[in-house]
Write a protein that binds this ligand. Sequence first.
Ligand code: ATP
Ligand code: MG
Length: 418
Amino acid sequence: MLTQAPKGTQDMLPKDAHRWQSIEENMRRLCALAGYREIRTPIFEHTELFQRGVGDTTDVVQKEMYTFNDKGNRSITLKPEGTAGVVRALVESHLYAEALPAKLFYVSCPCFRYEKPQSGRLRQFHQNGVEVFGAKDASVDAEIIDLAMKLLEANGIGDLKLSINSIGCPECRKAYHEKLRAYLQPKLSTLCKTCQERFERNPLRILDCKEDADKLTDAPAMLDNLCEDCREHFEKLKSYLDAMQIAYEIDPRIVRGLDYYTKTVFEIITETPNGNLTVCGGGRYDGMVEQLGGPATPGIGFGMGVERMIMVQDLRSIAPQAPALYNVFVVTMGDDARTEGIRLVAELRAAGLKADIDHAARSMKAQFKYANKVGVGKVVVIAGDELAKGVVKLRNMADSTETEISRDAIVAKLLETK
Ligand code: ATP
Ligand code: MG
C-alpha cells in the first residue's frame, strides 16, 4: 500500500518531465499568438458548481465525482473538468465586465473522476483547455478548433479526424426533444436504465450512450431540426473551417445534452495502432454563465487530455527527445582542484550553461563513469598540478580527445561550442 500510488493515478517521473513541459510550452506559445491569457482555478469547488455547471444528468456528475464533506461540513468536489471553475471565476471576479471577448486558457489542470481504471482512463488526469466568453460569432468556434488542431499537431499527434455537430439552442431543442421522445418511446424498454432515466429530462444524451447508441442510428438528428439562427451559425462555422482548410466530418451523434450547451460541439480523434482515441472535446455553452449566476454571456471552449496525448505519442513512437541534462561536467582531483571546480561550476551556470560537479566524494574514475552515465558531452578536468600553471583540460567524451586550455578562457570556450 505504502509504496503504491492510489489506483488510477500516475506519477510524472523525471524522465517524462520534458514531454509535459513541451506540451505546456506549445499551449502557452500557440495560445499567446491568438491573445489567450492563462487562468488557474482551485482544485476543489463547491459541489453545487459542478452539479449545475456540468449538469446532474451527466455520467461525470452522477457517477464519477470525488465528493466529500470538509471539516466545516461543506460539500466539496475535486474538479472533474476545467470549464465550471473558470465560469465561476469569471462571474466572481466580474471578468465579463472587462474587454470582451475574454480569451482564457489553462495548462495541466488536474481533473478527478472516479472511473474504472483502464488504458487511457485515469482517476486523476490533466487537461489543457481554452474558454472564450463574450463572442457569439462562429468565427470563434472556428478559431478554437483551429487552435486545438494546431496544438495536437505541435505535440506530434497527426492523423487527426475532426467531427463537428450542432445541438441547437433551447428554442429549437424543445420541438426536437418532442420528436426524439416520440421516436424513443416504443424502444424505451430496450434501453439501459440510465437512458430510461434520461428520457424525460435529457433525451439528447441517450444518443451519446455507449450501450444504446448503436440501436438508435435512425433517430431524428438535431441537425435537421435547427432554428434559423442555429442553422446559420453552423453554416458559417463550416465556411470558416473551409476558409482555413480544416477538414471535418459532420457527426450528428456527438452531443453534449445539456440545456446550456448550445450550437457547436466537436471532437477530435486520432488514429493509433490500437484504434481511435479521442484527444479533445469541446463546444459552445451560451447558457452556462447565466446558469451559474452571471449575466447572459456566450461561452465556448475545449479540453484535451494530457495523458492521452502522451499515450498517443508512445503508441506512434514519436516521443520528443529529452534535452541533455548537462552541457558540461567538472571532474576534479585533490582538494584545491575541487574548490576551484566548485567555483567554475558557479561561473558556468551564471553564463547560462548547464553544469555540475561530483557531490558524492567519488574517485576520479567514478566521476568519469558518472559523467558517461548521464550522457555529458564535455568534461572539464581540473588537477592540482595543472591548476598551478593556470590551465585545465577539456575532454570531448565522444572521441576521448583532450585539449589544454587556460582556466581563464574555459567559460568562453564552452559557451562558443555549446
Ligand atoms: P469519454 O467519452 O472518453 O469518457 P468524456 O466525454 O468523458 O470522454 P471530456 O469530458 O470531453 O471526455 O474530456 C476531455 C478529454 O479529457 C477527453 O477527450 C480525454 O482526452 C480526456 N479524459 C477524459 N476522461 C479521462 C480519464 N478518465 N483519464 C484520462 N483522460 C481523460
Ligand atoms: Mg467520460
